[in-house]
Design a protein around this ligand. Structure first.
Ligand SMILES: Cc1ncc(C[n+]2csc(CCOP(=O)(O)OP(=O)(O)O)c2C)c(N)n1
Length: 515
């Protein structure tokens, strides 16, 4: 077998059986090996941001890394923004990047570049495999790195001759290391903070946002009266009827400061001290209120569920009924003009049980939570890295990870344009994804940001840089042009009809929601 085949077989032996790809000449032996070895699901993306974002969504839902296959430095560079988002979401990815044959690099051919230099900032683990005999072992190291807790971006650079030369066989990744338990000291400090009689809150992130952990947090809240908070954007939040609700720290700094003033001291569980998304003149970067303290119960690399369980035991809360359970509630279906509030009601009324909501709704979606809190249990995924264009690719990965579940992608029209090639992959793979394009014809959030950073009375040229008009985007045509059925909704009745059609279709469907 050649190196490429040894790598593909190593990936499969290591449980990596999906490859999101956009290949080129230097990866042709790898592509040929995909054909030769059964068991790898290969998914083509027509832009590398689709590929890396899909691998992110896949990990978020399964907790298992997928692999990518990208074409040299430029292919990697196209995928970096969503690799950045995946890194911030702690998603494990075996990120494979082709490279020229080792002896060709010295000649500075057109596609030669510093791939390691490009990859390093977005990778936790990075290696260029030196020869075909090493490739399987390096692949196994990459898998083991990606499978760490939390997940890691493991970038393996694959010179073409390592793929085509003869290899010895496959390699097996080291078994997953057990996740570290938190210290008794951390549990006692957290318990003391919650018992102290001062106002306190749990700030949850990462695995702490899964149902069992939320239930434990709810028990602790019922016993101690503490609040339960999360960061504004999360990798995967399990919510809906019967689950413990959490309050998100708002994006807008003044609102965030008010929430944190009310929250008091913070017990951090899979989360860090909260920071503002951006700096603004005369506003703080760190959001914790003056005079409050924080203690870390568990980091993302520790056993978060075990830590919450131990804290609940320490506080005598383990048998307590959890506080803050969301009661089942479906809002009434609205009629007439489409507003952000009306969209929230439609979602609350129609979210199917077990749906996966990928939220890139930006300014339109700020108030989607209250109206959807009592919908049947579902997952809510946000952009952890702030680089827009994450939503539709992540929806692809989630749909491939969970083919039995309905995926709903809520997309600002500006954000959706970054990775609209995703629609083609959705059509080709027949993925059960309903995309709502929130078509306000602008980078609406940035209008507010212009004021927030202190720009008064912006002129027409500045305002024009935040407009998506001239020409208007025709999302129905864009979707149909990529094989995705689509409808335009100009009022709530049309939105409801479109959402019904999309959810019933079992495949990809796009609704242009005209705001
Ligand atoms: C890669 C990248 N480029 C630019 C930005 C800056 N940015 C943040 S939000 C935004 C506009 C989002 O527009 P849209 O998705 O239509 O949502 P809206 O603001 O209209 O609610 C831009 C350009 C970014 N976050 N990431």
């Amino acid at each position: 077998m050649n190196g490429a085949e040894s790598l593909v077989r190593t990936l499969l032996a290591g449980g990596v059986n999906v490859c999101f790809t956009n290949p080129g000449t230097s990866e042709m032996h790898f592509v040929a090996a995909l054909d030769k070895v059964p068991g790898m699901r290969c998914v083509l993306g027509l832009f590398e941001g689709v590929v890396t974002g899909a691998a992110d969504g896949y990990y978020r839902m399964l907790g298992q890394p997928a692999s990518t296959l990208l074409h040299l430095g430029p292919g990697l560079a196209n995928g970096l923004a969503n690799l950045h988002n995946a890194k911030k979401a702690n998603s494990g990815i075996v990120n494979i990047v082709g490279e020229h044959a080792t002896y060709h690099i010295a000649h500075d051919a057109p596609l030669t570049s510093d791939i390691q230099g490009l990859a390093a900032p977005m990778s936790h683990w990075l290696k260029t495999s030196p020869n075909a005999a090493s490739l399987a072992r390096d692949g196994a190291l990459a898998i083991a790195a990606a499978r760490q807790t939390p997940g890691q971006i493991a970038t393996l650079i694959l010179p073409a001759d390592t793929a085509w030369n003869a290899a010895d066989g496959i390699a097996e990744p080291a078994p997953d290391a057990p996740v570290r338990n938190v210290s008794q000291g951390a549990i006692e400090v957290a318990a003391a903070m919650l018992r102290a009689g001062e106002r306190a809150s749990l700030l949850l992130g990462g695995a702490a946002l899964r149902q069992r952990c939320l239930e434990l947090a709810g028990k602790i809240a019922a016993k101690t009266g503490c609040g339960i908070l999360t960061e504004g954007a999360n990798t995967r939040l399990e919510r809906g009827a019967g689950r413990v609700q959490v309050e998100r720290i708002p994006y807008v700094v003044d609102k965030a400061l008010a929430v944190l003033r009310a929250a008091g001291n913070l017990v951090l569980v899979g989360a860090r001290q909260p920071v503002a998304f951006f700096a603004y003149p005369d506003k703080p970067s760190l959001l914790m209120a003056e005079g409050t303290r924080s203690s870390t119960l568990a980091g993302l690399d520790e056993d978060i569920e075990g830590a919450l369980e131990a804290l609940a035991v320490e506080l005598g809360a383990i048998e307590t009924a959890p506080a803050g359970l969301a009661r089942p509630r479906r809002p009434a279906l609205p009629a007439g003009a489409i507003t952000p509030a009306a969209i929230a009601s439609v979602l609350g009324a129609m979210l199917p049980e077990n749906a996966i909501v990928v939220d890139e709704s930006v300014s339109t979606g700020r108030e989607f939570f209250p109206e959807t809190a009592g919908a049947p249990p579902h997952d809510w995924l946000n952009n952890r890295g702030g680089s827009i264009g994450y939503g539709m690719p992540v929806a692809i990965g989630a749909a491939i990870a969970c083919p039995e579940r309905k995926v709903i992608a809520l997309e600002g029209d500006g954000s959706a344009m970054y990775t609209l090639q995703s629609l083609w992959t959705m059509a080709r793979e027949g993925l059960d994804i309903t995309v709502l394009i929130l078509a306000n014809g602008s980078y609406n959030i940035l209008r507010g940001e212009l004021a927030n950073v202190g720009v008064k009375n912006p002129g027409p040229r500045a305002v024009d840089m935040l407009s998506l008009r001239r020409p208007d985007l025709d999302w129905v045509s864009l979707a149909r042009g990529m094989g995705v059925e689509a409808a335009r909704a100009k009022d709530c009745e049309q939105l409801i009809k479109g959402l019904k059609a999309g959810l019933r279709s079992g495949g990809p469907y796009l609704i242009e929601v005209v705001l």
